[in-house]
Structure formats: structure tokens, C-alpha cells
Ligand binder design. Structure first.
Ligand code: PBG
Length: 322
């Protein structure tokens, strides 16, 4: 056997032939589009650090969500910005907060669109940390209680999926118990299970105004060199009641996505984060590469690694060319 009996090029000779043997396809069904919302009316302000992304108010984000649904994208992920930050991040669970209002309006206007909400305190606390600070440290257990309140407020507003992104231990269990106790049996949890302390969140922290005021997030987010530990994090979140688990960021962590998808039977989500998005945009702007082709290659790599769901700021652009 071997050459010339085997010529790998035979199956690459035409586009139709390549399509026939293609192993991985990114479809619009796999995509989630993130949106940023704050209080107000008629707002649509460009986010400087993230091309093509905006700060919306609940009314305009609803219009945007309709456009997203019309493109065939099945889900959005909402991030909120408060009017005022405080010690506990109390606006995060306010019934009339920007996110809560946006959920209600979107579910009314486009009920079929899946509304996912980011559950975290970092945009809401005056320290910019994902949890409650006590003596310069982030208090894990006290934070879990607050996160459960945030998740419940989102569920009450009509969120389909709540997505805790804080990396406290036990927060999935706290949220699950709180939802069950309050009869939100069908609200799903997508946990940011393996979230790494990454340099690729830079543009987002500008967009969410959520950079930590002191220190960094290395005391709760994962250390990038660890992969076995990522699997332990994921196993724990599934045990605590997560329906979907996420690996974040995506591109530097394709090996984690691969291992997670081989080991676990729940859907695996991957977050193609702001730094990955802007790296490609910047290179394309500089005329260094073909943006659409590079974008599809990027999304395909995430899918090929084993992700079922891809959260990406490219979702709309990708939906148009797919
Ligand atoms: C909040 C949160 C972050 C992102 C999503 N949720 C930032 C962070 O942990 O600092 C990053 C998203 C992105 O970079 O696109 N905990």
C-alpha cells in the first residue's frame, strides 16, 4: 500500500469533493452573540475597544436581538453595566436593572430567541472584582450567596440560561439550589467552568468597565498552564448542576475543549473572547489577512476541537456568510 495507491489529493480535487468529505461544519445554530446593555433610552454607543460592538439600552438591545434572531442566530448573551457601583455590586440583582429590563423586553419581542445572561459582580462592584472583597481578599462563600440572588433576578425576568462567570467554588450549587427553591426548575445553567486568568479579556474589560481596581483575578480564575485542573473544575460544575459547561478563552485553550468534549457528555461551550476578536480585526484592518476566511478558520478550529456552542462577537458576520 502507500503511494501511488494512496493519493490524499484525490479527495481534494474539487470544491464538491472537499465538501463531500468535510469533517467539521460551523453552522449558525452553534453561535451565541454577546450584547452589552445599560440603563437609558435610545442608546447605541460604539464601544471603542471592540469594533462593531455597542452599548445598548433595553429598548435598542431588543431591536438588535430581533436582528440577531432574523439572522438565524439562536441565542444572545447579555452583559450589564450599572448606573452606580458599590461594595456588594447590588445593582446586579436589581429588579429594574438594565439586564433584567432587557430580558423582559427581548422575551416579549422575540420569545423564540434564547436569552443567556452573564452572572457576575465585576461590572457592579466598586473593586471591579468578581466577588465581594473582604480585607483585600475575595470572599468565596459570601459571593456565592450574592450570585444566587443575581441569577434568580435574571430567571424571574425570564432568562432561559444563566451563566456564572465568576469562578467562585460552589456557585453552581448555590445557584441551582436557589432556582429550584424558587420554582425555576427549567432555567438552565451554563457555567464558565474552566475560565482562565487570560490576557485576552483586555478589550472586554474596557467595554464592561470591569478592570479590577487592585490586584488581579489569578486568585479565582484558572492558571493557564493547567489542563487536568480544568477537567476537575468542569466535573465539579456538572456535579453541582451545570447543564452546559464552558471553556474560556477558546483559541489558546483548544486542547482543553478537546479533552472536555471527550470526557463529558454535556454540551461544551467555548468563548471566543474579546482579545481574540480584536486581534483578528486589527490584523485585517492592517491589511495582513482576509478577515472572512480567517474568521471562519478560527470558528472552525473551535468546533473541530469539540465545542458544540461558540460564543463570539463574530456571530452576526459569520451568520451572514454561512
Ligand atoms: C466577567 C467576564 C469577563 C468576560 C466575560 N465575563 C471578563 C473577566 O473575567 O475579566 C470576558 C469576555 C471577553 O473578553 O470577551 N467575569
Amino acid at each position: 500500500m502507500g503511494f501511488p495507491n494512496i493519493r490524499m489529493r484525490r479527495l481534494r480535487k474539487s470544491n464538491a469533493m472537499r465538501r463531500l468529505v468535510r469533517e467539521t461544519t460551523v453552522t449558525v445554530d452553534n453561535l451565541v452573540y454577546p450584547l452589552f446593555v445599560r440603563k437609558g433610552n435610545g442608546l447605541k454607543e460604539p464601544i471603542k475597544s471592540m469594533d462593531g460592538c455597542f452599548h445598548f439600552s433595553p429598548d435598542t438591545v431588543t431591536k438588535e436581538a430581533e436582528d440577531v434572531a432574523n439572522l438565524g442566530i439562536p441565542a444572545v448573551l447579555l452583559f450589564g453595566l450599572p448606573e452606580k457601583k458599590d461594595k456588594t455590586g447590588s445593582q446586579a440583582w436589581s429588579e429594574d436593572g438594565a439586564v433584567q429590563s432587557a430580558i423582559r423586553q427581548i422575551k416579549k419581542a422575540v420569545p423564540e430567541l434564547v436569552v443567556i445572561t452573564d452572572v457576575c459582580l465585576c461590572a457592579y462592584t466598586d473593586t471591579g472584582h468578581c466577588g465581594l472583597a473582604k480585607d483585600g481578599k475575595i470572599d468565596n462563600d459570601a459571593t456565592c450567596e450574592l450570585l444566587a440572588k443575581v441569577a434568580l433576578s435574571h430567571a424571574q425576568a425570564g432568562a432561559d440560561i444563566v451563566a456564572p462567570s465568576d469562578m467562585m467554588d460552589g456557585r453552581v450549587a448555590a445557584i441551582r439550589q436557589c432556582l429550584e427553591k424558587n420554582d425555576f426548575h427549567d432555567t438552565a445553567i451554563m457555567s464558565y467552568a474552566a475560565k482562565f486568568a487570560s490576557a485576552f479579556y483586555g478589550p472586554f474589560r474596557d467595554a464592561a468597565n470591569s478592570a479590577p481596581a487592585f490586584g488581579d483575578r489569578k486568585g479565582y480564575q484558572m492558571d493557564p498552564p493547567n489542563s487536568r485542573q480544568a477537567l476537575a473544575e468542569i466535573a465539579l460544575d456538572i456535579e453541582e448542576g451545570a447543564d452546559i459547561v464552558m471553556v474560556k478563552p477558546a483559541l489558546c485553550y483548544l486542547d482543553i475543549i478537546r479533552r472536555a468534549s471527550e470526557r463529558f457528555d454535556v454540551p461544551i461551550a467555548a468563548y471566543n473572547v474579546s482579545g481574540e476578536y480584536m486581534m483578528l480585526n486589527a490584523a485585517a484592518k492592517a491589511g495582513l489577512l482576509d478577515k472572512d476566511a480567517a474568521m471562519l478558520e478560527m470558528l472552525t478550529s473551535i468546533k473541530r476541537a469539540g465545542a458544540h456552542i461558540i460564543i463570539t462577537y463574530f456571530a452576526k458576520e459569520a451568520a451572514i456568510i454561512l
